[in-house]
Design a protein around this ligand. Sequence first.
Ligand SMILES: C[S@@+](CC[C@H](N)C(=O)[O-])C[C@H]1O[C@@H](n2cnc3c(N)ncnc32)[C@H](O)[C@@H]1O
Length: 226
Amino acid sequence: MSDQLRVITTEDGSSSIYHEGLRETYHSFHGAIQESQHVFIKAGLNYWLSQNRGQPVDILEVGMGTGLNVILTLRAQLEIGFPVHYTTLEPFPLPENVLQAVNYKELLNHRVLSELFDRIHELPWDQEVSASLEFNLEKLKTTLQEFATERAYDLVYFDAFAPNKQPELWGVQWLRKVHYLMKPGALLTTYCAKGQFKRDLKAVGFEVEPLPGPPGKMEMVRATKP
Ligand SMILES: C[S@@+](CC[C@H](N)C(=O)[O-])C[C@H]1O[C@@H](n2cnc3c(N)ncnc32)[C@H](O)[C@@H]1O
């Protein structure tokens, strides 16, 4: 395992990664699965589906990390059935031994999802491929700053490292780019609810909705492009 990366167990029993160099975890200490499910699936995907039932959804994720948000989106897609195109950006893919050490397959306890968890990590980078029926996955080994596309998105999972670790990604310059990549009516969700971040979202044209956060966190944010 990379000497910078350590697999830890969060309070809901699910794994996360601690990055020694950054002194930062990939998810909330209060629960990795709980946080991803609350912020990205419940407040993002499920809310969007409640307004666009059965419609194909174009998702952009900033920061693939362990692939937890990908696999939870696949779970929702298998349960409900809707076409997904999922673009995920990751400049620093996690090594195989770290991905094998997280316990999401055991906790999700679903044979198909276990196979899909391995599959999403085995699929090639920088190509659009079918991960499963009606789920196209595009894993791009790039940064938000370098990312270029013709595609427009319905939903953005904004899951970068926290603003105190990666301040550049949370400011007006890159939020404006994300806003540009979204369709009218599209949603962005994130675990961060800092005042400056909310002001910057408004400054680039988003409508900002603070929502109750996952367990252990007061608030999260959902932003809509009008
Ligand atoms: C909070 S973690 C994401 C957790 C991930 N969504 C998961 O489910 O495991 C932040 C991720 O953003 C990635 N990252 C770092 N710099 C980035 C950049 N400039 N653009 C996009 N992603 C970046 C990191 O390598 C890390 O994997």
